[in-house]
Write a protein that binds this ligand. Structure first.
Ligand code: 13P
Length: 256
């Protein structure tokens, strides 16, 4: 199975112009020292206001791709505060993160809305990074797998196998996000294996074998090597540890 790993930094609501510049300059320098053939795909997801600047700095560096943290699925119109896919395409955005638990929980985003976004993103030629994950309560109740199956089934509704194969899923247990308490690597591997089985059930084993599934939740330089050694984990979606160039470069190296 040759799924190219991804190390993706989700900057969340961090970094003004100067901070974004310092971070991306540091990442550019670090990446320039690494062997591109061995590197995972490196993705950075700045805020909308930093997209232009980051795009301008990385545009001639094929080792780094740009992601947006969100998008509105409608083409244009009266959606105050929202950003369209056409706007993202100005910056050659390759990936769009959708269904992050912070958006599901704080902004009440529904499975149906996330599905609309996934379809719109794929129709525009970009790639969704579809996040899923359970709460601590759900894990303790033993309903993690059922919950994830529901989230994935709803997110992928109406999407062709060819589009699913290009897509990326990020398994981010909510209790592990920003807590410093990463999910045990073997358990993350088991859970991601379950997600892959859901994709196999909905489509085929061949499709399930192609889709990349990342782990997210307190990934750090000290955890990445063990995480990347797991057969089902195809990379990381990283918040806190992606905000410093040194630690982000360590994460990239940990995936090589
Ligand atoms: P942390 O790496 O800060 O736990 O965040 C994970 C995350 O939510 C990435 O999308």
């Amino acid at each position: 199975m040759s799924r190219k790993p991804i190390i993706a930094g989700n900057w969340k609501m961090n970094n003004n112009k100067a901070e974004a510049r310092e971070l991306i300059d540091g990442i550019m320098y670090g990446v320039s020292q690494l062997d591109g053939d061995k590197m995972p795909e490196v993705v950075v997801a700045p805020t909308y206001t930093a997209l232009w600047q980051v795009y301008d700095i990385i545009k001639n560096e094929p080792k780094i791709s740009l992601a947006a943290q969100n998008v509105n699925p409608n083409p244009s119109g009266a959606y105050t505060g929202e950003i369209s896919l056409s706007m993202l395409s100005d910056f050659k955005v390759k990936y769009v993160i959708i269904g992050h638990s912070e958006r599901r929980q704080m902004f009440n985003e529904s499975d149906e809305f996330i599905n609309q976004k996934a379809i719109a993103i794929l129709n525009s030629g970009m790639i969704p990074i579809i996040c899923c994950g359970e709460t601590l309560e759900q894990r303790e109740q033993g309903v993690t797998d059922v919950h994830l199956e529901g989230q994935i089934t709803k997110a992928l509704k109406g999407i062709s196998a060819a589009d699913v194969e290009k897509s990326v899923i990020a398994y981010e247990p909510i209790w592990a996000i920003g807590t410093g308490k990463s999910c045990d690597a073997a358990e993350a591997n088991r859970t991601i294996g379950q997600i892959r089985k859901v994709v196999a059930k909905l489509y085929s084993q061949a499709t399930a074998d192609k889709i990349r599934i990342l782990y997210g939740g307190s990934v750090k330089p000290s955890t990445i090597v063990e995480q990347m050694a797991q057969s089902e984990i195809d990379g990381g979606l990283i918040g806190g540890a992606s905000l410093k160039a040194d630690s982000f470069i360590e994460l990239i190296k940990g995936a090589m």
